[in-house]
Design a protein around this ligand. Structure first.
Ligand SMILES: [Mg+2]
Length: 124
């Protein structure tokens, strides 16, 4: 399988878990790509952070916007994608399984509700 991992709000939330997961996936023959909406000029610093967290990956890609991660998932042929932001996930094709990570930026822990907006969320 081809796995995609966001950085900010995901790898930096649980680096020990994602270090374990990324190593286990690659050891089992799976492909791991890191997809981020950081400035591409931060590649060297970003690679250093990933190394510091012990993340094992095959490729590092820089999105042009939050929504551009949908294009990257298609082009890199990601089967399973982990991210924390709805803005990054709405453009991901239905054929890609999405795991949304909960954090202080997308969840109101005191109120017990997801944080989003009408553009990204249809209430049911
Ligand atoms: Mg993120």
């Amino acid at each position: 399988m081809r796995i995609g991992l966001d950085i900010d709000g995901l790898l930096d939330e649980q680096p020990d878990f994602f270090s374990f997961l990324s190593h286990a996936l690659r050891a089992a023959g799976h492909f791991v790509a890191v997809l981020t909406y950081r400035d591409a000029d931060t590649r060297t610093r970003t690679e250093g952070q990933l190394a510091g967290w012990g993340i094992s990956y095959d490729e590092l890609h820089f999105a042009r916007s939050l929504a551009d991660k949908g294009r990257l998932c298609r082009e890199v042929k990601i089967d399973v994608y982990f991210d924390d932001q709805d803005e990054c996930l709405v453009g991901v094709d239905e054929g890609t399984t999405v795991f949304k990570i909960r954090n202080c930026g997308n969840f109101d822990f005191a109120g017990g509700k997801w944080l989003s907006n009408a553009k990204l969320t249809r209430l049911i």
